[in-house]
Unconditional design. Structure first.
Length: 92
């Protein structure tokens, strides 16, 4: 029993005197090309309440925010208008 106590006592003394050599993890940021976001501006308009309810319900079902749906709808509208304008110019 004394031998066991001596071994434990020397272990405790060793731990107090010597710091354990544990490796320290270094974190380095990943260097890559940062995606540049286009500057955003505020855009407000009034819409019918029933349309807003439909938009919110659709957003919940599809997992999209109102902002994302507005951006997609406006881009779709402008693309369609540009195609229509291009086709009418070509027809003349």
């Amino acid at each position: 029993m004394n031998n066991y106590k001596n071994k434990l006592g020397t272990l405790a003394d060793k731990l107090r005197k010597e710091r354990p050599a544990t490796p320290i993890q270094e974190v380095h940021p990943v260097k890559g090309s940062a995606v540049q976001k286009e500057a955003e501006v505020q855009f407000n308009n009034w819409i019918p309440r029933s349309l807003l309810k439909k938009l919110k319900a659709f957003g919940l079902e599809s997992g999209q925010s109102l902002k994302e749906m507005n951006i997609q709808a406006l881009e779709f509208y402008l693309d369609a208008k540009a195609r229509l304008h291009k086709n009418t110019k070509n027809a003349i």
